[in-house]
Every structure is written in C-alpha cells, then in structure tokens.
Design a protein around this ligand. Structure first.
Ligand SMILES: Nc1ncnc2c1ncn2[C@@H]1O[C@H](COP(=O)(O)OP(=O)(O)OP(=O)(O)O)[C@@H](O)[C@H]1O
Ligand SMILES: [Mg+2]
Length: 376
C-alpha cells in the first residue's frame, strides 16, 4: 500500500501545490486523482516516485518511508505513463518498450521478446514493432507508453492523464483495455485525470482535489455520486450524477416480461394469445431468437410478418450484465417506451417498461440508503 501522510508541497516561489494531503492508496487497484487544472494532481503523482520532494509530511510504500531507498530502485518499481506517451522518437516501438529491461541489463533478445509479449498484451499489432513513434496514431502511441511502463513488471503504475490527448472513441478503447490489463495483472495504479467520467469508470477509489491542493473527498465512485461531501464536489460531478450513478446498479433484478414477445412465424392464435397484455406493442423475434422490432398486434400477419414494417427496437441491453443505466437508456430511446433485454448471444429474453425500470431505480436507491446507514 502507498500511504501519503499529511504531505505538503510548497514550490520555491511560494506556490502551495499540495496542502496537507493524506491518502491511503490500496494495493492492486486503481486509485484516481481528479480535480480542476492546477489542483496539484501531477505534483502528487511525482512525489510518489520522488521526481518532486515533499516540503512536509512523508510517503510510505508498504510501511517504509520512500526516502529510505535509493531513488533508482524506487523508480524501477514504478512505471510512469504520461499524456502523448513521451516516447523516444529516434527509437523503434520495440526498442521503446524494451528500454527499461535493457537498462536492467537484460539481453537484447530477452528484452525484445518481452516487448513483443507486451505489445500483444496492450493490443498492438506485432507488425508495428519496427516502426517509429511518428508512424503511429495517438492511440497506438499511448498503448506503447503503457507497454513501456509495464516492461519490467513494476508493482506500481503512475499514470498522468495518459488518455487525454486522444478522441473519445479511442479513449474509451484505451480505458477498456486498461481495465482488462488490470484484471490480468493486478497492479497498484495511481491514475490522474481531470475527467470525472473517466475517474468514475476506472477508479476503485477516487480522490477529488480542489484548487490549492486540498482533498475534497476520497471515496469509491458510487459513494461519490450518491453522497458528494460538499457543493464543490457536487458541482464537479456535474448535473447528471443521478443518471451516472445508475451504472453501479445491475439489471439482473429487473423483472422481465415474456408474454409480449412473438416469433416471426407465429400463427394467428399465438399472436392473439400474446396480445392480451398491457404492453402497447408486441416484440417480434427472428427464428434465431434475436429481436427484430415492435409491432401493434393488429398489424401482424400470421406466419408472414412484414419485417420492414416493424418499429425499430433500437439497441437492447444485456440482462444481468449491463447496468440499470443501460436499461433505462434503452427504454428512453425506444419508441414504445419499453426496453428489450437480450442474453449474451443476443437472443431476446424479455421486455421491460420504463415504469418497471423506474421502480427498480427507486428500490436500488432505497437499498443504497440502507447500506449507507449500516455504515458501509
Ligand atoms: N515547478 C513549479 N514551480 C512553481 N509552481 C509550480 C511548479 N510546478 C507546478 N506548480 C504549480 O503548482 C500547482 C499544481 O500544479 P500541478 O501541475 O500539480 O497541477 P495539476 O493538477 O496537475 O494541473 P493540470 O490538470 O493542469 O495538469 C499549480 O498552481 C502550478 O502552477
Ligand atoms: Mg497535471
């Protein structure tokens, strides 16, 4: 564990970048530092690997003051990733990734083999190995940055706005990749961002800092969204924190309805039997069980549904896997007001109304309040 113990950083010109900050950063999880520009995020990160020395207070790694070990040993145990990757422009991708192993005295062959393994791990095509950084897209360069930081298998990874310079789609891919890598490798990651959505998505714990380098709140993301400590944190979380909080509730408890579903080859009797329901429309599924679209019962012709006349059912949610937020989104976007639930293979398993989802949301909130009261 990394313990930041009442640390203050005052730069020579008198700027207090970090003010009596205390944080316990748990092992093998992602801790995110988030806050407005200039609130001391980078300074805090750099104090962890001693690129910046604190003016007061101490930082402990597994209980020992980090000043007690040689700075090179410390830095070798901590990979560092920055915005725009900070790659060596005159070195090929494979040599960039192999930098630290080479410094540690590994043979060229072993270093390159390690680099190749890491390229695969971070989702880079082996064909890119011989290229130079300028021949890669921003997202690919960022992956190289992550691979390079992981090369010597350090237990700690420090990441300073690593994904800020890429577009939202690439960024989402990089975030998903990081979560996947973290699942496999279990590093202790300290991740800096000024994007609260990124913080909520990636963080096991999130520290919100305010200008002047003071800690505003330190909590798991779900708690941050449900109980912001003060107006600053609430403001920083943004207007739709209620909706975003729904990402932390599963859709597995949603009660699905199966009566309003008919197969594309249904007989007149089957359609008539299914039409006795409070759902405004019937969901038509293909022979493979996938949802095709909605239709009013009277518009359905037995045995030969005109699929081109169906009302689009939009994107379904995966029951049990997707969150209540995803389910609500489907229902809100659906012309019928009902969301379609599918299984992992994309087969329709049920439909659910906005009203039922609304009830599930109220239930989840009540449960959240009960847990908060029980002191969780
Ligand atoms: N070497 C330095 N000398 C003097 N002041 C500095 C120095 N480095 C940073 N600062 C100041 O310390 C404060 C915190 O800077 P820091 O870089 O840690 O912020 P940050 O949260 O990372 O901001 P950003 O989101 O813009 O990257 C700022 O007011 C900055 O101007
Ligand atoms: Mg910074």
């Amino acid at each position: 564990m990394i313990r930041i113990d009442t640390v203050t950083k005052r730069y020579p010109d008198g700027t207090v970048a970090v003010d009596r900050l205390s944080l316990d950063i748990p092992d093998r999880s992602i801790t995110v530092l988030v806050g407005p520009s200039g609130c001391g995020k980078t300074t805090t990160l750099r104090m962890i690997n001693r690129m910046v020395e604190p003016s007061e207070g101490a930082i402990l790694l597994d209980g020992a003051d980090i000043r007690k070990q040689p700075v090179n040993t410390l830095r070798r145990s901590m990979g560092y990733v920055i915005q725009n990757a900070g790659l060596f422009q005159h070195r090929t991708i494979v040599d960039n990734i192999a930098t630290v192993p080479r410094l540690l005295g590994w043979s060229r062959q072993k270093s390159r083999a390690r680099a190749a393994e890491l390229m695969e791990r971070v989702g880079l095509d082996a064909a890119l190995a011989k290229r130079y950084p300028y021949q890669l897209s921003g997202g690919q360069q960022q992956r190289v940055g992550v691979a390079r930081a992981l090369a010597a298998d350090p237990p700690v990874l420090l990441m300073d706005e690593p994904f800020s310079a890429v577009d939202p789609v690439v960024r989402k891919g990089l975030q998903d990749e990081l979560l996947r890598i973290q699942d496999e490798l279990g590093k202790t990651i300290v991740f800096v961002t000024h994007d609260i959505d990124e913080a909520v998505k990636l963080g096991t714990m999130v520290a919100v800092l305010r200008t002047g380098g003071r800690l505003a709140q330190y909590a798991p993301p779900a708690e941050l969204l449900s109980a912001p400590a003060d107006a600053f944190v609430e403001d920083f979380l943004g207007a739709d924190r209620g909706i975003r909080r729904l990402s932390f509730f599963g859709s597995d408890a949603l009660e699905l309805r199966t009566e309003p579903i008919v197969a594309v080859d249904s007989t007149a009797e089957q359609i008539a039997a299914r039409a006795v329901t409070d759902a405004p429309c019937l969901l038509v599924t293909g022979l493979d069980g996938r949802p095709l679209g909605w239709s009013a019962p009277e518009d359905l012709t037995a045995g030969a549904v005109h699929t081109e006349r169906l009302i689009s059912c939009g994107r379904p949610f995966v029951h049990g896997e997707d969150s209540l937020r995803a389910a609500l989104d489907c229902a809100v976007l659906s012309p019928t007001g009902w969301a379609v639930a599918v299984d992992g293979a994309g087969r329709a398993v049920g439909v659910v109304s906005q009203q039922t989802i609304g009830e599930a949301i109220r239930g989840a909130h009540a449960e959240g309040r009960a847990q908060a009261k029980a002191g969780r």
